[in-house]
Design a protein around this ligand. Structure first.
Ligand SMILES: Nc1ncnc2c1ncn2[C@@H]1O[C@H](COP(=O)(O)OP(=O)(O)OP(=O)(O)O)[C@@H](O)[C@H]1O
Ligand SMILES: [Mg+2]
Length: 352
């Protein structure tokens, strides 16, 4: 570097980095610490020696090498703040072609990447487990059909029916997973078709009624509730919510669906429709509510599986509602039932 370094420019360059970055002068003293370094790594005393400021032996070696020989290096750095420990990959780069020149340290947070990795690992483990259960059952039935049930037509019918049930479950799981990955790809594209929510909800109720003989359905909504949307996806939302109310609501209970206009929804900053699906079932203990939209999360795994559920329904609902720029809220009192509320932007001019 010719001439004395322009410290103002260097400071601006460090501030332009989103990652924590520190500049050491040729004596190994802290010359600049950017905002990210102060926010994420705590207080940096300018003029303090790197040895007392950084302290971790893993990092001191590469910094000493960079200062004395002008050689670049890398090291791991752990930072604890309260109960949270973050791991950083630190790039140590000499800025001048001479020993005892300035050295820059850039800290890349590995904890975030690791969190993503562990989420992916959990997801793959969950999917494998969910597929393996029905697959193992089907393999067992095949074995029985080839063995003990070989000459028993009655047993054959029974096992074939069970196999049909299990393969249907695998089929649903795969379609749900495909839906989710398609939705992730569409997250930024807002749907534009004009949908009448009142009609759509009435259709979904008619579709589900035959499978829920003992349940009483009540629907209260305006003659028309126009909203921009994706018809198939909104059908998926309403059928999962109403199906959940039927499955997890009271036996022979009542499922109430309502649509009401909201003149100005504060978060959506405009006119909206509030759709509620309420049941009079046992409700959901409060500690589960924040987790219901996680993939594969079920309150009562046995009961959900027995009903053919995949635990992906509400995860899909949440994605679809987000894509519509809407809001989802689940409100439940133990013993008093559950109300799920979906608020969707209305089509202008909308309700007044
Ligand atoms: N209305 C409700 N009352 C009580 N519990 C509910 C209600 N809706 C959902 N749950 C609980 O939330 C869990 C997650 O629901 P979700 O719709 O995501 O999955 P699922 O219904 O089990 O499977 P799928 O929707 O794929 O059929 C359910 O397993 C159930 O335990
Ligand atoms: Mg469901």
């Amino acid at each position: 570097m010719a001439g004395p370094p322009d410290m103002t420019l260097l400071r601006r360059m460090l501030e332009a980095l989103p990652e924590p970055a520190i500049l050491l002068d040729g004596n190994g003293r802290i010359a600049i610490a950017n905002d990210a370094a102060c926010d994420r790594l705590g207080v940096w005393v300018l003029g303090k020696s790197y040895v007392s400021a950084l302290r971790q032996p893993d990092l001191l070696g590469p910094v000493e090498d960079a200062l004395s020989t002008g050689q670049a290096g890398r090291a791991r750095f752990t930072h604890s703040s309260g109960a949270v420990e973050s791991l950083f990959d630190v790039h140590v780069t000499p800025l001048e072609d001479r020993p005892r020149g300035m050295v820059m340290l850039v800290f890349r947070d590995l904890s975030e990447a690791r969190a993503g990795e562990s989420m992916r690992r959990d997801f793959v483990a969950n999917v494998s487990h969910e597929l393996k259960t029905p697959l193992t059952a089907v393999m067992g039935f095949i074995e029985t059909l080839q063995g003990s049930a070989r000459d028993d037509p009655g047993a054959q019918q029974r096992f074939l029916a069970l196999m049909e049930q299990e393969t249907a479950r695998m089929n649903r799981l795969v379609s749900d997973l495909l839906s989710l990955s398609r939705l992730e790809g569409q997250a930024r594209r807002r749907p534009t078709d004009e949908i009448d929510l009142s009609r759509l909800v009435a259709e979904v109720i008619e579709m589900l009624r035959p499978g829920a003989d003992e349940v009483t359905f009540a629907f209260d909504g305006p003659d028309a509730a126009p909203a921009p949307g994706d018809r198939d996806q909104l059908i998926q939302v309403m059928s999962n919510l109403i199906e959940n109310a039927v499955k997890y609501g009271a036996d022979a209970g009542t499922v109430r669906v309502a649509i009401a206009p909201v003149a100005r929804e504060p978060v959506l900053k405009g006119p909206a429709w509030r759709i509620t699906v309420a049941d009079d079932g046992p409700g959901i203990p409060p500690e589960h509510i924040p987790r219901l939209t996680e993939r594969f999360y079920r309150v009562d795994t046995g009961r959900s599986r027995q009903q053919g559920g995949t635990g992906l329904g509400l995860a899909i609902v949440k994605h679809i509602v987000n894509r519509h720029r809407g809001r989802l809220r689940i409100d439940s009192r133990e013993g008093r039932g559950t109300t799920v509320e979906v608020v969707l932007p209305a089509l202008p001019p909308g309700p007044s």
